[in-house]
Design a protein around this ligand. Structure first.
Ligand SMILES: Cc1cc2nc3c(=O)[nH]c(=O)nc-3n(C[C@H](O)[C@H](O)[C@H](O)COP(=O)(O)O)c2cc1C
Length: 235
């Protein structure tokens, strides 16, 4: 969507923001997250959930996932990013010890919040599976009073009677927490640079790793590898 990663020294964390937005609300608040990343001195790359590849993850010090809330969960495109891109990163331990964070935008019908928390937790379980250090949203984060769970900022894209608010008309103060969430990711990533976590070299063992690398030889990290084939009888 924007920029490419510059070659930088390790002092400026490289932050990858992966977004899925159907109607522009999540994309709008992703730009506020990106502002926070840059203001704190991080290098920001934004990719759509359709376009991000494992090559983007390998060079990132932090991964921030931002999704619209669909049926109380992340969107199917974001889940496809999880399955096609994060799963290989999980297998090869690409993201261990790096920073992971999430944010959402949702219509938010009902007092219970419309499932933003469930969507955020769904994304966080993926980041945790990848061995990432998860960054929550502290309760005193500026702007948190306008839309947040303890897991990350969220914004309501409809009025209380469910009329849609165009992305460009969403209140600026409702987007403040997104800025600080992005800045916090950079603060944490800066401090974690050079961190090594304990590793036994057991999973995957060298034989498993070699087998899979052989199977994937036509799919380098810069490409996407989806379903190999529809199973017989499933159509
Ligand atoms: C298929 C679909 C399912 C949705 N389900 C929910 C939901 O469960 N909870 C909610 O708060 N909003 C739901 N919404 C509303 C969107 O989350 C909301 O419009 C959001 O702002 C869209 O973000 P976007 O503009 O980035 O696409 C749904 C919208 C669609 C299209």
């Amino acid at each position: 969507m924007t920029d490419t990663l510059p070659e930088t020294g390790r002092s400026a964390p490289r932050v990858l923001i992966v977004v899925d937005s159907w109607q522009g609300h999540t994309a709008a608040v992703a730009r506020r997250v990106a502002d926070g990343v840059r203001a704190q001195g991080g290098h920001m790359v934004m990719r759509s959930a359709d376009d991000a590849t494992r090559a983007d993850l390998i060079v990132a010090d932090a991964l921030i996932m931002g999704s619209a809330v669909h049926q109380r969960a992340m969107t199917w495109k974001m889940k496809r990013f999880v399955d096609e891109v994060c799963e290989p990163a999980w297998f090869y331990d690409d993201l261990v010890g790096r920073v992971g964070a999430v944010f959402t935008a949702g219509g938010g019908a009902g007092d219970a919040g419309g499932g933003a928390e469930a969507a955020q937790l769904g994304m966080l379980t993926n980041l945790a599976a990848c061995g990432m250090i998860l960054l929550s949203l502290p309760k005193d984060t500026p702007g948190g009073e306008f839309g947040a769970t303890q897991w990350g900022p969220t914004i309501k894209s409809t009025t209380d009677d469910m009329r849609p608010i165009p992305p460009e008309q969403m209140a600026k103060e409702h987007q403040i927490a997104f800025f600080h969430h992005g800045a916090n990711v950079v603060r944490v990533a800066q401090r974690l640079q050079g961190l090594t976590l304990a590793a036994a070299g057991r999973m995957p063992n060298p034989e498993m790793r070699a087998m899979r690398t052989e199977a994937e030889k036509d799919h380098p990290p810069g490409t996407r590898w989806g379903h190999l084939a529809d199973p017989e009888g499933a159509r």
